[in-house]
Design a protein around this ligand. Structure first.
Ligand code: SF4
Length: 124
């Protein structure tokens, strides 16, 4: 079963379609629930995209300590973290989102900015 919307004669038509392709007109309640969910998802994604609204992550924060985050990757002890290689840093990490002032977003630390030159044990 899946939801479809199509425009015809200037109207938006909303249907549930069963796996056999037969459609059933959606109730107003279903339309309301789906459009509300879509709106909330869009608002959430929009909020996540605003790196300038985030605050810098501090090394002494609990989650930062859990992932051994450091603002300066040059401080990483290679003996303690053998996976660390010189040159590894947040700006080279796959999940780093470039942001303002040499800082960026990171999915590990929602609502925070990490230093482009930083590093943590989730580097990848
Ligand atoms: S996961 Fe990547 S971008 Fe996030 S803090 Fe760790 S090294 Fe930096």
């Amino acid at each position: 079963m899946f939801w479809t919307a199509s425009a015809y004669h200037g109207r938006v038509r909303t249907m549930w379609r069963d796996s056999d392709g037969k459609g059933k007109k959606m109730t107003n309640r279903r339309v309301f629930i789906l459009t509300t969910c879509a709106g909330l998802a869009a608002a959430t994604l929009g909020g996540m995209a605003r790196a300038e609204d985030r605050v810098p992550l501090k090394e002494d924060e609990a989650l930062a300590k859990e992932f051994n985050y450091v603002i300066d990757a040059a401080k990483v002890d290679g003996h303690k973290f053998p996976d660390f290689k010189p040159g590894d840093r947040c700006s080279k990490c796959q999940i780093y989102e470039d942001g303002p002032n040499n800082m960026g977003g990171c999915a590990i630390f929602p609502g925070k900015l990490v230093a482009a030159g930083g590093w943590c044990t989730s580097f990848g």
